[in-house]
Design a protein around this ligand. Sequence first.
Ligand SMILES: C[S@@+](CC[C@H](N)C(=O)[O-])C[C@H]1O[C@@H](n2cnc3c(N)ncnc32)[C@H](O)[C@@H]1O
Length: 345
Amino acid sequence: MNSASPLAGPPESPSVSDPAHHIRELVTGYRRAKVTALAVDLGIADALKDGPLHVDELAVRCQTHPSATGRLLESLLEVGLVTRTGDNYSLTPAGELLRCDVPGSLSRWTTMSAGMQYAAWEGSAHAIRTGLPAFDAVFETSFWQHLASRPDAAADFDAAMADSVTESCELITQDPALRGATVVADIGGGNGKLASTMLDTHPHLSVLVVDLPGVVERAARALTRFGERARVEGADFLTRVPTGGDTYVLCRVLSDWDDTHAAILLDNCRAAMREGDALLVVGGLRRPGQPAARGLLDLHLLMIIGGRERTEAETADLLASAGFRLDRVEHSLSERTSLVAATAV
Ligand SMILES: C[S@@+](CC[C@H](N)C(=O)[O-])C[C@H]1O[C@@H](n2cnc3c(N)ncnc32)[C@H](O)[C@@H]1O
């Protein structure tokens, strides 16, 4: 296969035919990220929820400078988030997703990505030189410790996780392993969104959500309607994973960690499990032959939490070292999310 084959890698972007333009578009991407976040953070998207508004009225409602607001709105027009009729602006379908009150809202995710995580990338050269997270260098604390001390940031993170967990929920709730399960231990289960989906879908199941102490308090509040079918336990899973499940789930957790910490986490899971218990590892898998397909996400994991994307083979090696047999791998329709089913041996 020669290097020009379309199968050799991801298709070339049309903009690469103009290399200088391509570079300018890449480097000025920060402006698009920031104007999008301004539409959320200044309350512009929410102010436009009931229909078109004149720029002066928007400036009053958002407590912003009228002329500067007009210039921001022209930028939002350029990036496809608003439309204009005269001096009145309204949201496009994409702009609607920046409102905080719509299903599938991306407002919290936008605030987190273009705020805290954007700031962390300031330390990206340090991360590439050292292999350590950029976040820790910029914020002088780890991402998880930062969330523990900042309820606003934790709320943004919870909402962003809940918004993006749908594909993982579908893969897990449809998996045959859940039909034979009695108690699912959702390790690193966050605010309980996956747990509540499993409990709604499978009335025979109980779920134990394990996460850091402050996080499971939020999960407990979200799961009260399930009564005794839902339990939570605060634990540092790098020290200990609780016993009591017959099926263990790591949903979007393993790729948060480098190989050393991922091995500790899997060892702790194995120590809590009995032979024959099932482990479901869910998240993105890097595909061999498509190195760039998830490359930016892989690097983002290094920048924020020191994690990494892995191939199926790399995941299988980690599992085998911790005492698991890989049984099968399932992919979501979009192929962005995969489920690796393993058994404790
Ligand atoms: C990327 S989130 C995934 C959350 C959830 N499973 C989902 O898919 O939406 C990773 C989770 O791991 C938890 N976590 C991080 N470090 C942890 C630790 N040392 N012990 C227990 N949980 C931890 C975080 O609080 C967070 O809820």
